[in-house]
Design a protein around this ligand. Sequence first.
Ligand code: HAM
Length: 361
Amino acid sequence: TFLDKKGRSITLRPEGTAPIVRAVIEHKLYNLYNPLKLFYIENMFRYERPQKGRMREFWQIGVEAIGQDNPLIDAEIILLLNTIFKNIGFTNLKLLINSVGCKVCRKEYVKIFKDKLKKDFEYLCDDCKERYEKNPLRIFDCKIENCKNIIKSVPSIYDFLCNNCKAHFLEVRNYLGLFNLKYEIKHELVRGFDYYTRTIFEIISKDLASVQNALGGGGRYDNLIEQFGGPPIPAVGFAIGLDRTIILIKQLGLDLNVSEKNDKKILIAILDKKFEPFSLEILLTLRSFNIIADISYGKKSIESHIKNAQKGVFSHIVFVGENEFNNKVINIKDIKNFSQFSIDWSLDKIKIKEILDKMLI
Ligand code: HAM
């Protein structure tokens, strides 16, 4: 924030989540579709000490999913972040996750945290003294050796999560397991924004210089929309640092394969929570064939799933219920005329792809 030549206060945007939330509330975008899935590729500005991979103007690719607190979305978002880097060809990656709790359990924890640090307050660096008042958990981020040592004696938020937050985190981890994603739980991970609740995550590259090694990160922000004056709507998202990604692509000499565009969009309607893992498998297989696919979250009736498909401009819909699950046969219905074809999902993936290529024209 600075004054321009006419003395007007100008603020450059440091990130995309808060502006997206503002736009979503102002235009009631949450009525369009649930979860509302948005992305942006924009330049951001931060008043930081410039160094390689850390600029005052940099670019982000951001993704936000607004409207659901289902842990499956957290896992899906994390998977997307990981898949983007994997498809680029990065290998030496590490996925870090943590939960920072909700407004109830975190409040309790911050009290305990501050209490524990009180006796060492005078030994903290000047920045951490300020953090102690404004955003105490950011002390975990301090790179100064003395502060790092002091913070070691403080219990992590993980031990203070309420039962709901614990269960939510456990489900996120289960889904990451289903996706075969390797992760490390890093209790000291807090990330730089106050708006985060529950799941937070970061992907670092071991091929990048150690300090600026975060390629992207994000998390849940279940209270932000309400805090900005909107309805209580949960959300989760991430941003990728594009400059760092490009530095790494060049460093590793990678060639990017740009895949063909596809106008077929399949919506997977889950008729009961117990079919979520099977539905996920379908989702991921379709996406691996470069077919745009998504899950219809939080809807109960067939009609509401179909409405969702129409709203989201899907070309096809797949219902996953008792029959499909037991027989491992799925029916892909055309959303316009409800003509359909069946696929035996126990077939070889290559066979499935052949059928889809032939039928989805
Ligand atoms: P962030 O972790 O501050 O998150 O930024 C995301 C990524 O942007 C970082 O991992 C890093 O790669 C890149 N980045 C950040 N600062 C710089 C810089 N000064 N120079 C170059 N690259 C940088 C966010 O911004 C959140 N809005 C992400 C999010 C979306 N959370 C929920 N939804």
